[in-house]
Design a protein around this ligand. Structure first.
Ligand SMILES: [Zn+2]
Length: 317
C-alpha cells in the first residue's frame, strides 16, 4: 500500500508536468500564429517604406538633426487624389513648398549661423492631416576674426536702394528647380574666410553679425563662374548706390535658392539672362566694403543665408 501510495503521486506529477508543457506549447503556437502576420505587415518592405504607415503623411527630413549653417530638406510624398499642395511651417515661419518630382513635394529650411540651438518642430499640413517632426539644431563652432577698419568704412551701411533691391531679388525665385547636382566653386582661389565667422571690428564684437558667405582670396580681375544653371535676378552697381556690396550679381537657381557675388570689378551678365553652370559672370574686384580684392559668395534660402560649403560638397535635392 505504502509503495502504491508512493508510486501514484509520482506518476500523476509527471502526467501533470507533460500536460502543462503541452498546453504551454499549444498556447505559444497559437500566440505566435497571431503575432506573425501582424509583425510581417509592419515590417518595411524597402528602405523607402521605413517611415511609411498607411494612415500617415509620408515625410522624409534630411538631415534628421541639423546644425547651424545647414539647409534642411523636407520631402513630402504626393497623393494623386489630393489637388492642393502641402503647407510647411518651421519656427513660426511658413516656407515655400515646390514640386520636386512626380512623387514628391519639397521644402527647404535655412538654419542660419545664428540660429538658436535647441529642439524645434516642423509642421506639415496636407490631405487634411498634420504631421509634426522634431528637429534638433546643434551648434557649429565658428571662428572669431579680428578686423581693423577706418571709422568711415566701419560706419558704412547699405543704402535704401541697395537693401530694397537685394530684398526684392532674394524673394523673386522661380518655381522650377534649375540646379541638378553639386554646385561648382565660383572661383578657383583658396578660401580666406569661411561662413559664420564672428567679427571683432576695432575691438568690439557685434553679437548680431556673422559672415554670410565664403570669401575667396582671388586676384583682381580673375574669373567668377556661375556654380549652377540659373537666371540673373539682380545686377547692382557701386556707382548706382550699392555702397556695401559694391558691384554685385544675384542668380536665381529656382525653388527658393539664390546665390550672390559681391565686390566685383566687372559684371558680364544682364538681369533676366539665363546662365549655364560654369559660365563666366564677372571678374573679381574690391568694390563696396572690402579690405582688398576678393570674391564674397553667398547662398540664400528664402532670403536667409546658409553655408555654401554644403552645396559644393553634396547634392541637395
Ligand atoms: Zn565676405
Amino acid at each position: 500500500m505504502s509503495k502504491k501510495k508512493k508510486n501514484k503521486p509520482t506518476l500523476n506529477k509527471s502526467n501533470i508536468k507533460n500536460k502543462e508543457i503541452l498546453n504551454c506549447l499549444i498556447f505559444l503556437l497559437v500566440l505566435f500564429s497571431y503575432m506573425l502576420p501582424s509583425y510581417s505587415e509592419d515590417m518595411p518592405k524597402s528602405k523607402d517604406d521605413t517611415k511609411k504607415t498607411s494612415n500617415e503623411l509620408n515625410v522624409i527630413v534630411t538631415p534628421a538633426n541639423a546644425k547651424q549653417g545647414d539647409v534642411v530638406c523636407v520631402k513630402i510624398e504626393k497623393d494623386s487624389k489630393c489637388s492642393g499642395a502641402p503647407k510647411v511651417f518651421f519656427d513660426k515661419t511658413k516656407y515655400s513648398v515646390f514640386e520636386l518630382s512626380d512623387k514628391y513635394y519639397r521644402s527647404l529650411l535655412p538654419i542660419t549661423a545664428n540660429y538658436k540651438v535647441g529642439k524645434y518642430t516642423i509642421e506639415i499640413f496636407y490631405k487634411g492631416k498634420v504631421k509634426r517632426i522634431d528637429l534638433q539644431v546643434n551648434e557649429t563652432k565658428y571662428p572669431l576674426q579680428e578686423l581693423t577698419l577706418t571709422k568711415e568704412v566701419a560706419g558704412l551701411q547699405a543704402s535704401k536702394i541697395e537693401k530694397d533691391s537685394v530684398n526684392r531679388a532674394l524673394s523673386n525665385f522661380s518655381q522650377k528647380k534649375l540646379w541638378t547636382g553639386k554646385f561648382l566653386n565660383p572661383s578657383d582661389a583658396s578660401l580666406s574666410t569661411v561662413y559664420g565667422v564672428k567679427r571683432r571690428v576695432n575691438g568690439t564684437i557685434n553679437p548680431d553679425y556673422f559672415h554670410k558667405g565664403l570669401d575667396f582670396a582671388a586676384k583682381e580681375g580673375s574669373d567668377i563662374k556661375s556654380p549652377e544653371d540659373g537666371v540673373i535676378v539682380l545686377v547692382g552697381q557701386n556707382s548706382k548706390g550699392f555702397v556695401v556690396n559694391g558691384n554685385c550679381v544675384f542668380i536665381d537657381h529656382g525653388q527658393s535658392v539664390i546665390s550672390g557675388y559681391l565686390h566685383l570689378s566687372k559684371i558680364l551678365v544682364k538681369e533676366g539672362e539665363f546662365v549655364k553652370k560654369g559660365q563666366l559672370i564677372g571678374k573679381v574686384g574690391s568694390t563696396g566694403i572690402a579690405s582688398g580684392p576678393h570674391l564674397h559668395w553667398g547662398i540664400y534660402i528664402s532670403g536667409k543665408t546658409v553655408d555654401p560649403i554644403n552645396w559644393t560638397s553634396m547634392i541637395i535635392e
